[in-house]
Write a protein of this length. Structure first.
Length: 160
């Protein structure tokens, strides 16, 4: 059984500046996920937090299409956890504002029993894990943009 998910975050950067940073971050995450260092985490009401090491697979777009295909599954015991398949797309909203949209579907294991568990006791855990991942990715992109800006500033000062 599958459930649709769509999560959007706005970043104060142009789409043209986000795409190479996004590609670089996804490459790092995909490689790191092979070693168990990428974790999908979500808060569980009243019980704290759950964190699951995941494997991230990325389909990189053609040069003019900034739509990245994503597949996310638990690294270990993947049959016990939901799997996500979708895409991450930067959408230009203005000259210096871009929306990062993560959309797709996650598949809950164990058929009808898993779906019932997802709708009750585990309600919202998978989408919250995806939200957390998107928030961390957005923060990494902003940090990368800040580093690039500082480097360019320092290089410009060297010529003054």
């Amino acid at each position: 059984m599958t459930s649709l998910v769509s999560i959007t975050r706005s970043l104060p950067l142009s789409c043209d500046s986000i795409v190479p940073l996004l590609r670089a971050q996804l490459e790092v995450l995909e490689e790191a996920s092979e070693h168990g260092t990428v974790v999908l985490a979500a808060r569980i009401p009243g019980a704290g937090r759950i964190a699951v090491p995941v494997r991230l697979r990325v389909n990189y777009p053609a040069p003019r299409s900034p739509r990245f295909g994503l597949a996310i599954a638990a690294l270990n015991a993947s049959a016990l956890y939901p799997r996500f398949r979708g895409e991450l797309e930067p959408i230009e909203l203005g000259a210096a504002v871009t929306s990062l949209k993560l959309s797709g579907e996650y598949q809950v294991p164990f058929g009808l029993l898993g779906r019932a568990f997802d709708a009750t006791a585990a309600r919202g855990i998978a989408p919250r894990g995806l939200e957390d991942m998107l928030d961390r990715l957005a923060a990494d992109i902003l940090a990368g943009a800040a580093r690039q800006s500082e480097t360019a500033y320092r290089a410009g000062r060297a010529f003054c």
